[in-house]
Design a protein around this ligand. Sequence first.
Ligand code: IPE
Ligand code: MG
Length: 223
Amino acid sequence: MDGNGRWAAKRGLPRTAGHVAGAETFRRVATYCKEIGVEYLTVYAFSTENWKRSSEEIEAIMGLFGKYLEEAIRDMEKNRVRIHFFGDLSPLSEPLRDLCAQVEEKSKTFEGVQLNMCINYGGRDEILRAVRAWGENIAAGECSPSDLTEERFSGLLDSAGVPDPDLIIRPSGEQRLSNFLLWQAAYSELYYTDVLWPDFNEEELEKAITAFHSRSRRYGGTK
Ligand code: IPE
Ligand code: MG
């Protein structure tokens, strides 16, 4: 969800106003995804690199997470979306971690749609944590290095049990992954648009989906 800062700058507003607008776009797009039957929606909300920002901006973003999570708990029965978190939540404040745990626990039995929120997420960090976990298993004598398969490794990632993304959309004109789902994106279709995230909407999502349907996915094969 990129481009919040530029969206705000264009309007002479502080970056935090861009994040408020971006959070609104997220609510709208997530609702639309549910309506059109998207089974898994994974949003990159805060990366392991985003801590480089000013404390003022970080606090504003964390405040928006808190607000959204409280809303998610309040509207849980109405929305019925299973919510998961990708990333290392340990550096978050205790109230935020507690909200994340509540949201995950209360929504775990919902079926149909799953929302994955990446918070303090980095693809490299996720892979490192998985490698460490596997190393612990080896050290405990539970398995040997040669037992590791792609399937087992996938099962050690934050995305365990979630299919690899079909389509990755990056708004705001940047054409890079920026540490997003590095393992899982191996065969994802990438879609870039110049639209800044706060301006993204249902129509822009439909454009991305239409583009996705025109792609030929061969997974390294010939047909
Ligand atoms: C994305 O918008 C939101 C987060 C990373 C939290 P940016 O804040 O990166 O917006 P730009 O790239 O400065 O426009
Ligand atoms: Mg950015």
